[in-house]
Every structure is written in structure tokens, then in C-alpha cells.
Unconditional design. Structure first.
Lengths: 288, 241, 360
């Protein structure tokens, strides 16, 4: 029983970060209906950014999100404006292929720049843990969880309480109608992609102290973030939050009760079941 | 004469929404039946139910004496009932001829025969000059005709036309009406959803009126036009006949 | 010649369409390929040739499902790997001749594909793509996990392929040549098959499914049946290529044959060459295979005798661009989607097409 709680808690903590990645993706999909296959690679960029800031300037990864966030925002906005904007409205297949291509460019630029060696970002607290009620929690993951919840809350407030946030939500709900109401939907798309990328980058920075950093690390996140987005409902920020935590838990429990090597397979199997039986997810609206 | 198509208390609900409720009517062979009603009345839903896109929630759909509830759309088509789409669906990257050939290939494996059949239908709807154009390049009027040609190529006994005159100018509408009438002489039975009430009245033997999913009226065009409930359903507009 | 006569000459049946001209070029290349092993003896060239033909086979196979039927599977590695592992495992553990085993691999993949199709074909567009990736990943993870059966990450090493006895003839598979000719033949066969499909009712129906599934359904096409047909054919040939690859390269592991890379490469071959076209996979393979081989293995340029062994080109590629093939894949994908979505075939048609007066 103890092991169950241990695994569940670790899973929830990790799930917080997954949630952040998923929220970014659902924002992108909600506003632009673009399936961003480069999303995991944006997380990777965030990880490398944090690592560079740490190893060259001794900036703590948690502090670095003040830099990684805006940096990834700019990167995302650039990608959207330069590339993705050109295929909006075209066949979704083309959009998918384009983002796959962009993802390959991102991960391979990293490989060319940093080689495929595994990098480690070891802070003083990287391997520290504290125990609460017999359950051990990794310090970096715990704080990462806190930060992700704060960031998610901030985003939620932004979307709900600000004019720009309302404009984004309007564009997500009905692009044409939003345009007719005078909303610059292209700008909203750039914003959404920038925000989504920013969240991915922040997530990357947050897990950098606990993960191996290498160019292909993003791929695992891409597919998982799709599971989260579908689970929570495409376009639902709250759904992605819950979905992320759930997936984190499922993965962790699968590693405990089945085998570490199969934990991802369980998540993917869950994905297939979801796609078949409840594609609109827990909280999403079915899009026709 | 046994009816070609019979609906017995067909209902279709989506969650709490009653799209069709207790709809019953029958369609005689070689007749033209008009189906009218305000927007959202459930006309297209009815077509989708009849042709197998989703099974009716209750009731029976009987075609040529066979109960066809729950059959797939392609099975229904093979049995001899085919529908066109309110929002036209040209297969854009195929040529006009290829589009119609896809329909014709239902009844044959030979490309040669399918091509001959397709060319026949293109002549019938007046699109033979556009045969090698990509369907995606056609203007709306010709797209509508392509849709009809493609459906005809499946050699149906019953053709369900969904707002085939939507977006057409008066000249094109007249051509379409003329086409519909020639189809009847070919032995094809028709059920036609239309907003253009004048056209419906000119063409139909019988008119069904749907409102909020329920059948409001069922009779000769003139009767229906003078039916007070029908007039009211159209927001007080007098229905010209 | 007066302009009238010139116009007549263009309109005459002897002039070829742009697409046919590309076909002639590819046809000539095929003749070259057929005689290449007799002209050239460098084994590395033949090695590249085999990889090229395998890429054509995989591309043609994928094109039937992805190009004609429009179902963009990114999970074809599943079938490639199933073919590879079935062939190798049956050979090493059950002593079944690989010439039989490779066909059993095709059978396994075909059956599995029907299962996968039953599950995934209900999904449309991007959901189908995601599902196809998930399936392939699940299979890869299972192959990695069940070490007792598959030897896991260690992989499978085979020693040599036995000789093939066809009646009185004995073909031994010791050098590159037999592999070359076998792969070449099957590449031609799959291309011919693709042509046959294209020019048949099946081809028309698959393309109708691609263009508009609901419309196709309404005019009598059994969506599930035709999609599954395309998938089974596609999976079968992909599995054959997998089995052949295993016998040729003689080492496989889950990441090499079940990895997402494999699926992306197949997709890329078709996209770069021209998706949905007959010659697309061939053109795509002609560009991608040499490119990726040289980037992966720049010493090959030396082996081909194209550069001296101390050439700076080799050094530069090794130091800076090792594994840059993946980067080039990304670049090509972006460029093609943005600027030439019809792929090389479309570009070549535009370049080679006769200037014609268009009749609207």
C-alpha cells in the first residue's frame, strides 16, 4: 500500500509538468486546430536553455524560467509566423507533416550544436528528497509541481480575466465569428503558439534538474502530450491539467505494477482506448 | 402499388434533442416527393437516417419491402437508394469524369463500362464539356450537377436530393427543375428537399412538410400551400403555389 | 514549320505528357540499374542500390494506403519490424528457411494489420495518424521488454543467409549481387502493382475515400473493407522489405526496425517524391537514400572512389554533419510542404512539360 502511495505521489508530481506541456498543446490546438508534432521538441529546447544558463551563468533552472519562458515564446511566435501560418486552412495532413519537419529541425539542430551526448543538469538539490507521511518526494519535482500549478493558474486567469485572453478564447471557439467581430485571428494564432511554446519551454526548464538532457528527449513528450490533450478534451486548459496529472499517475503506477519498460506502452494503450471510445475526452467538446 | 420507400414512425434523438419525431410517410415509385420545412426542421437528418449514416432511434425504414434500419450507407446505395449532399462534396482532386466513374463503378468492375456510363450521366446533366476538369475547379452550379450525375451513375431506383438548387441563379434553377423532370421519365423516383418553394411546387406530385422534427403536412402541393399550420411554420409567409 | 504545323505536332499522339516524360527518365534509370552490377564492381554501390530498392518497395507499399487512400499512417515501422523479426526469429530459433520465413513475416504483418485496421480506421485525419504511431510504439516497447523472446535491446544477429535452391538452380546469397537483383525485382513488382491498383476500380475507390470519405460511403463504397484492403497490401510489402532488410544487414534491434524513424523515412520518401503518384516513391528514394547514406557514412564516398581518402569533404561531414541526415529530412519536409507539396514529381512535370495553350 505504501508503495502504491509512493508511486501515485511521484506520478502526480511528474504529472504536473506533463500538464503544463499538455496545456500548451491544447492551447495551440484549440486556437488554430494545428496538431503540433514539434511540441515535445520545444520542451527539449527549454531543457537545453536551462542547461546552458546553468552551466555557463550558474542560473538556477527555476529562476531561468523567467528567461526560458519569454525565449520560447519568441521561438514559438517565430515558427508560427514564418512557417505554420502558411498552411493554416490547408489539409491537416500537411500541417502535421510541417510540424514534424519543424520538430526534426529543432531536435537535429540541438544534435548538431550539442552532439547526442546525454547532458546532466545537477543542482545542489537535484537528488534531494523529503519525506511526508512515509512518502518520499523529490525536491526538484515537488517545486516543479508547485510552479506548474502557479503557471497554470496564471494562464487560466489570463484567459478568463483579460481582454486578450477573451479574444484568444473567442478565436478558439469560432475562428470565423471572431474575425467578423474584429479580432485579429492571425495575431491570436501567433500568441497562442507563442504561449504554448512558452509553457513547453518552462516545463522543460523545470524538469531539467531531474531528467537526462539529449536532443531526442522531446519525442516521448510529444506523444504523451497528445494523450493528455485528448484525455482532457482538445482545447480545454482545465482538462489538460487534470489529464496531465492522471497520465503521470498512470505511468508511475504502471511502472510499479507491470514493468518500467512497459509504462509508456500502457499510456499509449490508454490513448487508443480513449480515441476509440471517448475521443472528446473528459471535458472537451466534440468538434464536428 | 407497393411503396418504394416507407417510413414508419421514425424518430431520431441526439442526447436530449429530438431531430426527427414519429415521422411516417410512403413514397410511390416514379413519383416526385417534395420535402420542405424551415431551417433546422430535421430534413437532412431524415435523409441521413434513411440512408444509413445513423440508425433511427426508433421506427422502421422500409425500402423495396426490406427493412433497412442500421444498414451501412454503401449497402443502402447498392440496394438502390442514393442521396446527394446539402453542402456539395465534389472529390476535388479527381476530374469530373472520374468523380462520376466512382459512382458508376458500383455496378461494374470494368473501367471501360464505367467510363461509358459516366459519360452518359455527364451528358444528361450537361457537364460533358467539363469532363476532364478537376472537380475542385467547378463553380457551385456545376458542382451541384456533378453531384447529381455521380449519384445517377449508381443507377438508383430512388434518388434523394438535398437542396440541390441552393446557390443557383434562376436560369440554373430552371435547368435543374427540367433535369429533375427528365429523371422521372427515366423511371427514377425522387425525394427532393428544397428551400425554393416555387420550384418544389412546380415539380412535386406530393409535398411533405417537416417542422421541429415532426411531419406537419402531407399532401398535394396546393393543399399544403393552403394549410394554415404550414403557413404559420414559415413565420406567416404565404406559401406561393 | 509554321505555327499551325507545330501546334499539330504537339497535339499529335506522339508527344508525351509531362508525367510520361518523367516516366521515361525513370525507365531509363531502371535499365541502368539493371546492368549496373555488370559494369561496376564496387560493393558499396551495390549496397546503396539494395537500400534504394528497399526504400522504393516501402514507399510504393505506403503510397497505396497513404497516397491513394489518403490514410497517412506513421506507424508502418510496425510492419517493417514484424517482417524483420519474424524472418530472423524463425531462422535462428526454428531453423525455418528465410526464403519461407520472409513470407511468414508477410502473413504475420497482414494479420496484425487487419487487427490494427479494425481499431484505427474508425479514426479520421490526425487522430488516425496519432493512433498509428501509438500502435507502432507499443509494439516497439513490447519487443524491447520481452527479452526472452526477442533478445530485447541486444538485438538479433544472424550469421549468413543460406543458398536458395530453385530446382536445379542454386543461388547463393553471399555477395551483394543476389540481394541487389532480388530487391530490384521486387521494387519493379511493387511499382507494377501500384500501377495496376491505380488503373483499377480499387484505385478509383481508394482515391474517392481519400477525397471525401462520407461522399464515398454514400455512393456505395464500403469504407472499412477498402481501407483494410489497402492496409493489408501495404503492410504485406512493408513486412517483406523488413524481412529482406534483416537478411541483408544481418543485425536488427527494436529501435532500428520498429522505431518512429523508419515510419518517418517511409513517409518522407513518398512526400518528397510526390505523394499519391506512381513514380513518387521512386523519385523520393533516388534523392533520399544516397543523401542519407553519404551523411551517415561519408567514408562511403571514398569507397565509391568519388573522393580521395584524405579528402576534406569526408572529414567535414564526419566531424560536423554526422547524423545530419535527420536534419536534412526535416529541412526537406518543411521545404516540400511549404513550396512544393506535389513533390519532385510535380516539380519535374513542370520543368519537362511542353508549353501548351491551356483551354479553359
Amino acid at each position: 500500500m505504501q508503495m502504491f502511495f509512493q508511486a501515485a505521489i511521484s506520478g502526480i508530481l511528474m504529472g504536473g509538468v506533463y500538464a503544463l506541456i499538455g496545456i500548451g498543446l491544447t492551447l495551440i490546438f484549440g486556437v488554430m486546430q494545428v496538431i503540433n508534432f514539434a511540441h515535445g521538441d520545444l520542451v527539449m529546447v527549454g531543457m537545453y536553455a536551462a542547461w546552458l544558463l546553468f552551466s555557463h551563468f550558474h542560473v538556477d533552472p527555476f529562476v531561468s524560467i523567467l528567461l526560458t519562458g519569454p525565449l520560447l515564446f519568441l521561438l514559438g511566435a517565430l515558427l508560427q509566423r514564418a512557417f505554420i501560418q502558411r498552411v493554416i486552412g490547408e489539409a491537416q495532413e500537411n500541417q502535421i507533416l510541417l510540424t514534424i519537419g519543424l520538430g526534426l529541425l529543432l531536435s537535429n539542430t540541438a544534435m548538431l550544436a550539442f552532439t547526442s551526448d546525454y547532458q546532466l543538469l545537477t543542482t545542489s538539490y537535484s537528488s534531494k528528497a523529503f519525506t511526508v507521511a512515509g512518502v518520499s518526494m523529490s525536491v526538484p519535482l515537488f517545486f516543479a509541481f508547485i510552479v506548474t500549478m502557479l503557471v497554470a493558474l496564471a494562464l487560466y486567469l489570463f484567459l478568463m480575466k483579460t481582454d486578450t485572453g477573451a479574444a484568444i478564447r473567442a478565436t478558439a471557439q469560432d475562428r470565423e465569428a471572431a474575425q467578423l467581430m474584429g479580432i485579429n485571428v492571425t495575431r491570436m494564432s501567433v500568441l497562442a503558439f507563442g504561449l504554448g511554446s512558452s509553457l513547453a519551454g518552462i516545463a522543460g526548464a523545470l524538469i531539467a534538474p531531474t531528467y537526462y538532457i539529449f536532443p531526442q528527449v522531446g519525442h516521448a513528450f510529444t506523444l504523451k502530450s497528445f494523450v493528455i490533450v485528448v484525455l482532457g478534451g482538445m482545447g480545454s486548459v482545465v482538462g489538460a491539467s487534470i489529464g496531465g496529472v492522471l497520465i503521470g499517475m498512470v505511468e508511475s503506477l504502471a511502472a510499479l505494477y507491470l514493468a518500467s519498460g512497459l509504462k509508456e506502452a500502457v499510456v499509449f494503450a490508454l490513448f487508443l482506448l480513449l480515441l476509440l471510445f471517448r475521443p472528446s475526452g473528459l471535458l472537451g467538446r466534440a468538434r464536428t | 402499388m407497393t411503396a418504394l420507400l416507407e417510413l414508419k414512425q421514425v424518430s431520431k434523438t441526439f442526447g436530449g434533442l429530438r431531430a426527427n419525431w414519429n415521422v411516417s410517410f410512403s413514397v410511390e415509385p416514379r413519383s416526385i416527393t417534395g420535402l420542405i420545412g424551415p431551417n433546422g426542421a430535421g430534413k437532412t437528418t431524415l435523409f441521413s437516417c434513411i440512408t444509413g449514416y445513423y440508425p433511427p432511434s426508433s421506427g422502421e425504414v422500409v425500402f423495396q419491402g426490406q427493412r433497412i434500419n442500421g444498414r451501412r450507407p454503401d449497402e443502402v446505395c447498392r440496394l438502390g437508394m442514393v442521396r446527394t449532399w446539402q453542402k456539395v462534396r465534389p472529390m476535388a482532386k479527381l476530374t469530373v469524369l472520374d468523380n462520376v466513374m466512382v459512382g458508376a463503378l458500383l455496378r461494374t468492375w470494368s473501367l471501360k463500362r464505367a467510363r461509358a456510363l459516366a459519360e452518359e450521366q455527364l451528358h444528361a446533366v450537361g457537364l460533358h464539356k467539363q469532363a476532364s476538369m478537376l472537380a475542385g475547379a467547378l463553380p457551385i452550379g456545376q458542382r451541384k450537377r456533378l453531384e447529381v450525375a455521380r449519384a445517377l451513375a449508381t443507377q438508383p431506383a430512388l434518388l434523394l436530393l438535398d437542396e440541390v438548387m441552393g446557390g443557383l441563379n434562376p436560369a440554373e434553377s430552371n435547368e435543374m427543375i427540367a433535369l429533375i423532370l427528365t429523371l422521372r421519365t427515366r423511371g427514377i423516383t425522387l425525394v427532393v428537399i428544397e428551400h425554393d418553394v416555387r420550384a418544389i411546387m412546380a415539380v412535386s406530385d406530393r409535398v411533405l412538410v417537416l417542422n421541429s422534427g415532426e411531419l406537419l403536412a402531407d399532401g398535394a402541393p396546393r393543399e399544403v400551400a393552403e394549410n394554415p399550420a404550414v403557413v404559420e411554420a414559415y413565420l406567416g409567409k404565404r406559401v406561393e403555389s | 514549320m509554321s505555327s499551325d504545323a507545330r501546334g499539330l505536332a504537339r497535339a499529335s499522339k506522339l508527344s508525351l505528357s509531362a508525367g510520361q516524360r518523367v516516366g521515361v527518365i525513370v525507365g531509363l534509370l531502371c535499365v541502368v540499374f539493371a546492368f549496373l552490377p555488370f559494369i561496376v564492381t564496387k560493393p558499396y554501390l551495390l549496397h546503396m542500390g539494395v537500400l534504394l530498392f528497399l526504400a522504393v518497395i516501402q514507399g510504393q507499399a505506403w503510397n497505396i494506403l497513404g497516397g491513394y487512400a489518403g490514410q497517412h499512417s506513421l506507424g508502418h515501422a510496425a510492419y517493417f519490424g514484424l517482417g524483420a523479426y519474424t524472418t530472423v526469429m524463425l531462422m535462428e530459433q526454428n531453423q525455418i528457411s528465410p526464403f519461407v520465413g520472409i513470407w511468414l513475416g508477410v502473413l504475420v504483418a497482414a494479420v496484425v494489420s487487419l487487427l490494427i485496421g479494425a481499431i484505427t480506421f474508425r479514426l479520421r485525419g490526425p487522430y488516425f495518424v496519432l493512433a498509428s504511431i501509438s500502435v507502432a510504439e507499443i509494439i516497439r516497447l513490447l519487443a524491447l521488454h520481452f527479452k526472452d523472446v526477442t533478445r530485447g535491446a541486444e538485438g538479433f544477429l544472424i550469421s549468413s543467409v543460406p543458398a536458395l535452391h530453385l530446382g536445379p538452380i542454386e543461388i547463393d546469397f553471399l555477395g551483394k549481387r543476389p540481394f541487389y537483383f532480388a530487391a530490384f525485382t521486387v521494387a519493379l513488382i511493387t511499382t507494377a502493382l501500384s500501377y495496376a491498383v491505380q488503373q483499377s476500380k480499387i484505385g478509383y475507390y481508394l482515391q474517392a475515400v481519400r477525397e471525401d470519405q462520407d461522399a464515398a460511403h454514400s455512393i456505395g463504397i464500403n469504407l472499412q473493407a477498402y481501407k483494410c484492403l489497402a492496409l493489408v497490401i501495404s503492410a504485406g510489402f512493408t513486412a517483406w522489405a523488413g524481412g529482406f532488410y534483416a537478411l541483408f544487414v544481418k543485425f536488427i534491434d527494436p529501435d532500428t526496425v520498429f522505431g518512429l524513424d523508419v515510419s518517418v523515412q517511409i513517409l518522407l520518401t513518398c512526400i518528397v517524391g510526390g505523394i499519391g503518384t506512381l513514380l513518387g516513391p521512386a523519385l523520393g528514394a533516388l534523392v533520399l537514400v544516397p543523401l542519407s547514406e553519404i551523411l551517415r557514412n561519408p567514408k562511403g564516398l571514398v569507397q565509391l572512389g568519388l573522393v580521395a581518402s584524405d579528402s576534406s569533404i569526408v572529414r567535414v561531414i564526419e566531424e560536423r554533419f554526422s547524423n545530419a541526415h535527420s536534419f536534412v529530412y526535416g529541412l526537406l519536409l518543411v521545404v516540400i510542404i511549404l513550396f512544393a507539396p506535389e513533390g519532385l514529381f510535380g516539380v519535374l512535370k513542370r520543368l519537362l512539360g511542353p508549353a501548351r495553350v491551356r483551354q479553359s
